[in-house]
Design a protein around this ligand. Structure first.
Ligand SMILES: [Zn+2]
Length: 285
């Protein structure tokens, strides 16, 4: 059975890009955190299924909850970076992006005392207009990126790019391993079946058949979830109808679906899956 990558973007409900107009960064420190408890619930669930995952941690969260990050690592999971402040890459200047990427990598490495090799941008915001960021990731010492969604979407996406793990060439001609977010092929279209809102909105049977299709192509898929997605009691934010639908739909069904997913497929960390494919730059790491 193919080993697939399980990933968690460790951020709180008020960090999401869809709410950035409703909750400003200066408000974040005044909001009670739910991410600690929700991430610990995921850790307990993954232990129950004897499953390891990659946790892409937001630097802002790591700074406030270093014990949580150490506990995640101590249970054998991989710690990777989700940037520092959840700003979209294409809204940052290259200098801002470099500073915040290095800040988050050093912060995590100081906490877990291990190299942090993986990166995922806020809201998959490495797109055609922010590909320069891939060179920054190479310079910062990352081995792999998982920020490219090979679909059309209003906030992200690079349609036409590979739909399986590969070595990409950066604009400056450097190599970087990319694990794009997984899609199934349906009637000539690429259907995102890799987690998050798609996992909550589609019926579980559609997710399962889409992911099984990826494995039938002899490829591993990558699945992602946020700790707030198993927290139906989180405070409600008044945002647009579309944002509210994407964020709140089926929160109460997510944990039981996740249990089915963990039963139906085999999972490991991103680094393990890239090693299975011979794509890891640092097999011993
Ligand atoms: Zn995020």
């Amino acid at each position: 059975m193919t080993r697939n990558a399980l990933s968690v973007d460790v951020e709180d409900y008020f960090h999401v890009s869809a709410f950035s107009r409703n909750i400003s960064r200066s408000d974040w420190d005044g909001i009670p955190l739910r991410v600690d408890n929700n991430t610990r619930r995921l850790l307990a669930l993954f232990d129950e299924f004897d499953t390891r995952a990659t946790f892409f941690v937001l630097g802002w969260v790591a700074e406030r909850l270093p014990d949580l990050i150490r506990d995640i690592a101590a249970r054998g999971h991989e710690i990777a970076s989700h940037g520092y402040s959840h700003q979209l890459v294409y809204n940052q200047s290259p200098d801002e992006f470099r500073a915040e990427t290095l800040r988050s990598k050093r912060l995590l490495e100081d906490i877990v005392r291990q190299p942090v090799c993986g990166y995922r941008a806020a809201s998959y915001s490495i797109t055609a207009r922010s590909q320069w960021a891939l060179d920054t990731l190479v310079e910062a010492g990352f081995d792999y990126d998982s920020s490219i969604f090979p679909i059309h979407h209003d906030r992200y996406g690079m349609p036409g790019t590979p739909d399986h793990p590969y070595v990409l060439q950066t604009p400056n001609g450097k190599s970087l391993v990319e694990f794009p977010l997984s899609t199934a092929r349906v009637l000539g279209y690429r259907l995102p079946v890799s987690g998050g809102g798609y996992f909550r909105i589609y019926p579980y049977a559609l997710t399962r058949s889409g992911l099984a299709q990826v494995n039938r192509r002899q490829q591993p898929f990558i699945f992602y979830l946020h700790p707030w997605e198993i927290d139906p009691a989180q405070p409600r934010v008044s945002a647009s109808r579309l944002s509210r639908f994407r964020h709140y739909h089926n929160l109460d069904k997510c944990e039981s679906r996740l249990r089915r997913l963990l039963k139906d497929f085999r999972f490991g960390t991103v680094r393990e899956v890239l090693q299975d494919l011979g794509l890891s730059a640092r097999p011993g790491a």
